[in-house]
Design a protein around this ligand. Structure first.
Ligand SMILES: [Fe+2]
Ligand SMILES: [Fe+2]
Length: 476
């Protein structure tokens, strides 16, 4: 973790639990919706039991609506997402997801002031046979006629029946690689912890594969750093930091062996944490000064541990030692402005960005990447290397021409030009609000406002390859 005092290990743990709780509530929403849908086929619509189920569901949704204008769930290749987090599926949710897909529903948005009557009507409609709904013009048309205004359904986005398998395969490949990386670093950390002999073979191999993957297609693996949720945050933090460092190394056109060395160093940057007593690591809330001193020793311990692992390069030791140094403003304390290795600066930046974007869940209101980027930008030249910050922003924060963006409106758009605000480019809409068209042909600016607010915000980046969008045809 980026453990400046204000962003301590305790906060990271709390953010982890807050995220778990949030996802737990998201999961409950779908379980309750599934319960309601089963029961509408048994009880008449006005039955008190159905009313009670709908009231419970509304109470759950109200919990999610705190700090949000609406609660949106999306299905992407069979996975259910709440905002950018993957919701763990159980059997009842999987069945519900299937029901959604067979009715061409790829997203559901709940709005404040939603009523029990609307929820029950939705459940009734969703339990109708897909053919019956199609004969009535589709579920969205029926909902419009029935005046259900606080629930919005969106069509399945960008799922091309011909290439669905290929999309899935590609995503599964990246997801599997991510999990392999988590397992590899877990293995190393646990071996250090238990004073067992450590082999770097597995970790080196997995980092090589990650480098190949990123060189081939940077977004797929990088997307996973924000999309996935993991039970084992400590390990996932190392993997995420490594992916970001590898991506930046690629972006800066380093040679492949250098990028791999950078990736391994990033994987091991927090290895010294194994020497921090578990009660401090697991402590919720603020650390005492003494505890904080123990945490601050992890770079020194990290360098020592790395020096004892056969096959670990000096670079990994240097990076473990320097990743919190930040010139003379961080730790361990150095007298003069010591020279820091460029790779330490890269890992430091990736580490901080990772911790910042992970911490957003703690506050249950998302900190979008651009806000995290702004924090890094504010600290350029003091904490972070200014040139690297610029490159990192270019890599993550600025959406270059040809980037496919997922928008908060549910639309998908292709970046055509930059505007005065680099975060809000001009785009070509590829899908309309309900996802009904692959190309709507409309060109809009993300600077457009309505009622003093931006009409559309960037929700994330879509990899055009996995989404089967041939961007070339729109750019020529
Ligand atoms: Fe870290
Ligand atoms: Fe650290």
């Amino acid at each position: 973790m980026a453990d400046q005092k204000s962003d301590s290990r305790g906060d990271s743990r709390q953010s982890f639990f807050a995220k778990q709780m949030l996802l737990g509530t998201a999961k409950t929403t779908f379980q309750q919706l599934s319960g309601l849908m089963k029961n509408v086929t048994i009880y008449p619509e006005s039955h008190p039991f159905l009313l009670a189920l709908a009231e419970k569901l509304i109470a759950t949704l109200e919990g999610l609506l705190v700090g949000r204008k609406e609660v949106a769930f999306y299905l992407v290749s069979g996975e259910l997402f709440f905002e950018t987090n993957s919701v763990p599926l159980d059997q009842s949710i999987s069945l519900l997801v299937e029901q959604f897909v067979s009715r061409d529903v790829g997203g559901i948005v709940f709005k404040p002031e939603l009523t029990t009557a609307e929820l029950i009507r939705l459940a009734v409609l969703m339990s109708k046979e897909p053919e019956a709904l199609a004969a009535e013009g589709g579920i969205m048309q029926v909902m419009g006629r029935e005046n259900i205004t606080h629930i919005e359904l969106h069509r399945v986005l960008l799922v091309d029946k011909k290439t669905g398998g290929a999309i899935k395969e590609e995503q599964q490949k990246s997801a599997q690689l991510f999990m392999d990386a988590v397992a590899a670093i877990k293995d190393v950390i646990q071996s250090v912890h238990r004073d067992k002999s450590i082999s770097m073979r597995r970790l080196n191999t997995v980092v090589q594969t990650m480098v190949d993957n990123v060189l081939e297609n940077r977004d797929a693996l990088m997307g996973l750093t924000s999309l996935k949720m993991y039970d084992e945050y400590t390990f996932a933090h190392s993997v995420n930091t490594s992916i970001l460092a590898i991506s930046l190394g690629t972006f800066l056109s380093f040679e492949k062996p250098q990028i791999a060395a950078l990736g391994v160093a990033a994987m091991l940057h927090d290895i010294g944490k194994v020497r921090v007593p578990l009660e401090i690591i697991n402590k919720p809330g603020k650390l005492t000064d003494e505890e904080w001193q123990a945490v601050k020793r992890h770079p020194i311990n990290g360098a020592l541990i790395a020096s004892g692992i056969p096959g670990v390069t000096k670079l990994a030791m240097v990076v473990a030692f320097e990743h919190h140094q930040h010139g003379t403003s961080g730790y361990p304390h150095v007298e003069a402005h010591a020279y820091e290795h460029l790779f330490s600066n890269i890992v430091s930046l990736a580490d901080s960005y990772e911790a910042l974007t992970a911490a957003r869940v703690y506050y249950s209101v998302q900190m979008p990447p651009d806000q995290a980027i702004r924090i890094l930008v504010e600290k350029r030249g003091t904490v972070f290397h200014p040139v690297l910050v610029k490159a990192f922003v270019n890599m993550i924060g600025i959406f270059p021409i040809g980037t496919v963006l997922k928008l908060s409106s549910g639309e998908v758009g292709l970046v055509l030009h930059q505007t005065r605000d680099l975060m809000r480019p001009r785009i070509l809409l590829l899908t309309k609000f309900d996802g009904s068209e692959r190309v709507s042909g409309e060109e809009v600016s993300l600077l457009e406002t309505t009622g003093g607010k931006y009409k559309r915000n960037v929700f994330g980046i879509i990899n055009p390859y996995t989404a089967n969008i041939n961007i070339k045809q729109y750019l020529e």
